[in-house]
Design a binder for this molecule. Structure first.
Ligand code: ADP
Length: 473
């Protein structure tokens, strides 16, 4: 082998090493560096090509490469490879440049967010070193009162929320909330966290104000409760006095009235000597007025007792049919005198837990009204029916009836329906009020259906079980 051929082989090897090294040059994707690198590789490849062709020629492996076509044939393949290589590299370079731009704009966005946020953002290490702080963060750090914000302890503890700290002067204190998020760091790096300080002064002041209001309200409630307790005590005292007065008056009023009525009847019967017709007529009026007054006194006292809760219920198991039958029977005399048919019906044998005397009082009032407001020849029917939960007592009459607009009013004290074309039967206007109060005490429901000139039906629905015994689950 000739010396020239050996030199050619050495040149080939040198070119290979040069191209290899050029390919390995790290240019960090910078456009200029990348271009220079590509140029060096291209020159290296050309030199390699020339060396290879010289080697082939001088070792006799090919004929002499003299003509332009010979070189063109040999150059074709490396040139195509070079073009493909360059194209691929520039494509990669372009996408790298675009990715760099996107990262840069994202970075700028984050920077502007961090700079403009009203919160203080601080990145600190576990030894308390501040790695980064935005402007607000720096200001807040400078204003934190001594020892109130231990960044090292916050980073080390790894908690996300901490008690708020106060900043600023004593004259104008401000409060900041503290939150932290741990950052991922390398194995050789210290623990690190982002600490966010937010000014919560307005919220704290509002909370303080709400607390002040609450305490003020509590004081006002305490005061008012005291006043109410005192008022209640006085009411209780007044109520007791009223009850004593009622008990006394009950005796004081009834005794002379009974005596007036009694002696009037004795005189009327002629036991004290003969009477003229006029004297009998006038004494008759005294007796009626006396009875009316006694009825009024009784009703007023009864209402007062009921309203004051001084009429305790006495519950018993009542056979409603039997009880009502006896009551109707006891009133049949008045019905006969008034020439009204008093009819009683009962379906089934309902039993109810209730106060029998108060139930009697309710139904007696209703039957008495029905007889009072029904003309001779009419009919009053008392009927008892039942269902699973209650017994139903209806008192129906064929009397004068009540207009719809008066249905509510007649349950109020001293309310009576106008009767311009007939004489009003005696009455106080308190009977239905007493019925309503009694029904309330027994848990009964009292309803009315009535049509003028056709009659009325008053219905009492009595619960089978006294509501006071109900167990509410
Ligand atoms: P009173 O003592 O006047 O009967 P109530 O309170 O018992 O008092 O009744 C109030 C008014 O309701 C009665 O005055 C009467 O006008 C009317 N009323 C009550 N029951 C009947 C009835 N069954 N038929 C017609 N009117 C009635």
């Amino acid at each position: 082998m000739s010396v020239v051929a050996i030199a050619d082989i050495v040149a080939v090897l040198a070119c290979c090493v040069a191209v290899f090294n050029a390919v390995r040059i790290d240019v960090h994707a910078r456009a200029v560096g990348r271009g220079v690198k590509d140029m060096i590789i291209t020159i290296g490849l050309l030199l390699l090509f020339i060396s290879v062709s010289n080697t082939l020629e001088h070792t006799g492996l090919t004929g002499s490469l003299d003509t332009y076509e010979d070189y063109a044939e040999l150059l074709f393949v490396p040139l195509v490879l070079g073009a493909v290589y360059t194209r691929v590299h520039y494509q990669r370079l372009d996408s790298t440049r675009r990715a760099e731009k996107a990262i840069r704009s994202e970075h700028e966005l984050l920077e502007s967010i961090v700079a403009t946020t009203p919160a203080g953002i601080i990145v600190a290490d576990d030894d308390g070193t501040v790695r980064f702080a935005n402007d607000v963060g720096e200001r807040m750090l400078a204003q934190v009162r001594d020892g109130q914000l231990d960044l090292a302890a916050i980073v080390r503890s790894g908690e996300s929320a901490y008690p708020r700290v106060s900043i600023g002067s004593d004259e104008d204190p401000r409060y900041v909330s503290v939150r932290a998020t741990a950052l991922t760091t390398g194995p050789d790096e210290p623990a690190r966290a982002v600490v966010v300080l937010a000014d919560v002064t307005d919220r704290v002041r509002n909370e303080d104000r709400v607390e002040e209001y609450r305490q003020g309200l509590e004081r006002a409630i305490d005061l008012r409760t005291g006043e109410l307790l005192e008022a209640n005590r006085q009411l209780q005292y007044a109520s007791n006095a009223k009850q004593q007065f009622l008990a006394k008056m009950s005796h004081e009023l009834r005794t002379p009235l009974n005596s007036i009525i009694g002696f009037t009847e004795i005189i009327l019967k002629g036991l004290s000597g003969p009477l003229t017709e006029e004297q009998s007529r006038q004494l008759g009026m005294v007796r009626v007025s006396g009875q009316h007054l006694l009825e009024l006194v009784n009703d007023v006292l009864e209402i007062s007792r009921l309203e004051a809760g001084y009429s305790p219920v006495s519950i018993a198991t009542v056979d409603v049919c039997a009880r009502m039958a006896a009551l109707v029977e006891s009133m049949s005399g008045i019905a006969t005198i008034s020439r009204i048919a008093l009819v009683y019906t009962c379906v089934g044998s309902p039993v109810a837990e209730t106060d029998p005397d108060k139930l009697d009082q309710i139904v007696r009032n209703l039957v008495s009204n029905a007889l009072k407001f029904t003309d001779a020849g009419g009919q009053v029917t008392v009927s008892v029916t039942s269902d699973t939960d209650c017994a139903v007592i209806a008192v129906a009459d064929t009397g004068i009836g009540i207009a719809e607009e008066d249905h509510e009013r007649i349950f109020e004290a001293f309310q009576q329906v106008e009767m311009p074309d007939r004489a009003r039967p005696p009455g106080t206007g308190l009977g239905l009020v007493i019925c309503k109060e009694l029904c309330g005490a027994l848990g009964c429901v009292l309803t009315i259906e009535s049509t003028p000139n056709r009659g009325s039906v008053f219905t009492v629905t009595v619960p089978r079980q006294f509501p006071g015994h109900l167990v509410i689950l």
